[in-house]
Design a protein around this ligand. Sequence first.
Ligand code: OSB
Ligand code: MG
Length: 369
Amino acid sequence: MKVKQVILRHLQMELKFSFTTSFGSFSTKDFILVEAIDEEGISGWGECVAFHSPWYSEETVKTCWHMLEDFLLPLVFKAPIEHPDELNQRFSFIRKNNMAKSAIEGAIWDLFAKKQNIPLSKALGGEKKEIEVGISIGIQKSVDDLLRIIEKYVTEGYRRIKVKMKPGWDIDVIREIRKHFPDIPLMGDANSAYSLQDIERLKALDEFNLMMIEQPLASDDIVDHAALQAELQTPICLDESIHSYEDARKAIQLGSCKIINIKIGRVGGLTEAKKIHDLCQANNIPVWCGGMLEAGVGRAHNIAITTLENFTMPGDTAASSHYWERDIIHPEVTVHNGMIVVPEGIGIGYEVDRRQVDAYTVSLKEYKA
Ligand code: OSB
Ligand code: MG
């Protein structure tokens, strides 16, 4: 494969809802869409999951654009690529900047699968024909609002409900949820809102039979998570703390978690995501695919990786229509009875809707080999 041209587009899309986590709220999604074109004129698509501001990780739309333009694209143009796995090595002298790396790597995986004439899921080694999904619900104005929203998604068939939590929006809220929905698969995501000093508060959640608590402690701390896990019955799932295979290996060794949320962008791409998946499988650590409020291209990549065997728990990949008035792919991602049917078309398996892409594009730049 020879990548001859890459087009970076900055897109801006309005979410249907304001999404509130322990860090704050946002309702406009800014992101970079990557189109990589080879010598035959075939396009591969990648989506950069970095947000406009660095609340979830240190990367932003601007840092990713800079990394892509000044470092990553020149490496992609430099030499032909036999297999996308090579990029992991080619990019390895650049520290971190995983979301930037993943955006172009994802586009090249799509291109690779298209040139092989197979779906991306198959190119990754995935076998599932459909995947099970849940939904992530932000912090709401009132518990009544939250209960109404949960009711709606349970009725729609989502396979597990995740609620964002923080000190003060935790024990009482979860108790109330359990009163109304005693048996639904339920979990909380704290996005690092707690410290070890809150251990009694977190232990109090053990009585509610949560599937897991996601990322209760600091985003760079697997030591305190190990101490916490030793005291908790509820499994800890790490999200922000896991940036690589090495992070996952150490977290497993320390006992910092019992479950891992894999986000392709956070770990630097599909190749690394696969490696983490395999490591977790060998260590009996179930994984699931997290979400970054992706548009259709990122959503398609999430669906493809979730077809791997050890993605045994429902992920955060909800339907396009949950987030967007109109997504950038055709058909949009739909969920029936909490399941997404894995597309059988080649590459990401969805057509990128160029008219919609144009409508959401605020700026674009072309780069040539
Ligand atoms: O912590 O998993 C998270 C969204 C943005 C950033 C971080 C997270 C989330 C979600 C929503 O929980 C996942 C989604 O619906 O895409
Ligand atoms: Mg999370």
